[in-house]
Ligand binder design. Structure first.
Ligand code: BES
Ligand code: MN
Ligand code: ZN
Length: 499
């Protein structure tokens, strides 16, 4: 399914000569005097902008959006408030641009121009352009695949033009932003796809198709092979469902073979009912989002290939469904992991760490320079940081710094949690090598990661728990209700600067 996405271009045009359905201009609070360029434009508009400001009909407050119908070369002028100049940052730029573009779409305006200078402030042209394109394209996302009525009433923005005086072409920025936005939106599409459609087999064929188009190496292991490989934890979780598991391994080689792989492991539970420890209503809702880590990883490697990044990457995604049935694994079962460790099961709803255990060991066997896993691992992530930020933990200082740095650049907020050895006490088992949960339920995010640490074979590793941030309940700024595509922007920033 090819989606309609807005095309983006840069135009070197004098502001007063812009012809479009709308022109978006940003203003700071307490700094509303018109620049020369805007004044020149306003003269042609009978000083409409100036009168709005004079009459206090527009104050430049953060989040304020005022659409004025002027019906000249430009049909609509959209004044966007950026708040106080001293507090201006990329988050504000990104979210106000997204909100303004959504507002234009609501007004059925299908093409518009954005005046770069008015949003740039202290930032570089390159950074501003990249952020503007990325935030517009991800802010405008809509999931309409399963609507059959009034399809023609769904508005798609066709053209976004960035107006600048610069002579540069900004091809790299447009390319990066478009590819990353596409990766975010395709991640949202597949995570939003319902669990009766997006089964493990479906996600695996999707990955195979995408690998073919982007020339990635793709290996898919079915149930028999996963059993033969002795991935006992993965099989244990998968065995309760009639939808059989798949292990998908994708590889991209953008650098010399001698350069070690970067491994990305993504949790791919296509529906998490909790298994025999069945989730009660309403906690069972949205559990199709439990494949969010795997789906993000698949689109990250695709985007890296499209951008021809000079790195080598392997993506490992265990895909299965966690269901209650006569063949389900049970509390009290002892499973034997791929690395030989025995694991005592205490709660079949803590399934993610089990399938990741085997996928992490598999990734570790490839002797990568680093392993990063992305997983909707815990509900406890909500208690930890709410919807604002994603918790992460790492065994390696350099990797930690990379993630923090990428977080600042990508605007995807993360926060580090500790992996102190004291927590290992909680996972001691009377009968097996380890338990997979701590029965007191304390420090859920950390305990999850502490369990996973057993399977990474001392390779520099980071675990990103997207249990909460995978899903948005609000439509605000770059967020749209539903799957968020979280970590795609973060991972892309990290891999872009990888050394
Ligand atoms: N997929 C869930 C985590 C989750 C829960 C994500 C709610 C988003 C919203 C995971 O498999 C799970 O059920 N975790 C349990 C672990 C517990 C049994 C130790 C949890 O967090 O409750
Ligand atoms: Mn679960
Ligand atoms: Zn789960």
């Amino acid at each position: 399914m090819e989606k309609e996405t807005a095309s983006v271009k840069i135009a070197k045009t004098e502001l007063s000569k812009v012809k479009d359905n709308a022109l978006v201009i940003g203003f700071f609070k307490n700094k509303l005097s018109l620049s020369l360029e805007i004044k020149k434009l306003d003269n042609k508009l009978n000083n409409t902008i100036n009168s709005y400001i004079k009459n206090n009909d527009f104050k430049g407050e953060k989040g304020e959006i005022r659409n004025i119908f002027v019906n000249k070369n430009i049909k609509n002028i959209v004044l966007v408030g950026l708040g106080e100049e001293e507090k201006y940052n990329f988050d504000i730029l990104s979210n106000t641009i997204a909100d303004a573009t959504k507002r234009l779409r609501d007004s059925k305006i299908e093409s518009f121009s954005i005046f770069l200078d008015s949003f740039m402030n202290k930032f570089s042209e390159e950074d501003s352009i990249e952020k503007i394109i990325l935030s517009s394209l991800i802010g405008l996302y809509q999931f309409t695949e399963y609507k059959t009525k009034d399809k023609d009433k769904i508005i798609h923005i066709k053209q976004i033009t960035i107006i600048t005086n610069s002579n540069k072409n900004f091809d790299n920025e447009i390319r990066y932003a478009s590819v990353v936005a596409d990766a975010v939106n395709k991640t949202r599409d597949l995570v939003n796809t319902p669990p009766n459609i997006a089964t493990p087999e479906y996600v695996a064929s999707y990955a195979k198709e995408l690998a073919k188009k982007s020339k990635l190496k793709c290996t898919i292991f079915g149930e028999k092979q996963i059993e033969k490989m002795k991935m006992g934890c993965f099989i244990g979780v998968a065995q309760g469902s009639i939808n059989k598991p798949r292990l998908v391994v994708l590889e991209y080689n953008g650098a010399d073979k001698k350069q070690k792989l970067i491994a990305i492991v993504g949790k791919g539970v296509t529906f998490d009912s909790g298994g025999l420890n069945l989730k009660p209503y309403p906690f069972i809702l949205n559990m199709k989002d439990d494949k969010g880590g795997a789906v993000a990883a698949i689109h990250v490697i695709e985007a890296c290939a499209k951008l021809k990044m000079p790195i080598n990457i392997v993506v490992v995604t265990p895909l299965c469904e966690n269901m209650p049935s006569g063949t389900s694994f049970r509390p009290d079962d002892i499973l034997k992991a791929y690395n030989g460790m025995t694991v005592e099961i205490k709660n079949t709803d803590a399934e993610g760490r089990l399938i990741l255990a085997d996928a992490l060991s598999y990734a570790a066997e490839q002797k990568p320079q680093a392993i990063i896993d992305i997983a909707t691992l815990t509900g406890a992530s909500l208690i930890a940081l709410g919807y604002v930020a994603t918790p992460f933990l790492s065994t390696d200082k350099k990797l930690t710094e990379k993630i923090k740095e990428a977080s600042k650049k990508s605007l995807e907020k993360v926060w580090e949690f500790p992996l102190w050895p004291e927590y290992e006490e909680n996972l001691k088992s009377d009968v097996a090598d380890v338990k997979h949960i701590s029965e007191d339920g304390d420090a859920g995010v950390i305990i999850g990661a502490t369990f996973l640490k057993n399977f990474v074979d001392n390779i520099p590793w980071a675990h990103i728990d997207i249990g909460t941030t995978v899903w948005s309940k609000v439509d605000k700024g770059v967020l749209v209700k539903g799957a968020t595509g979280v970590t795609v922007r973060l991972m892309m920033e990290m891999l872009r600067g990888w050394k």
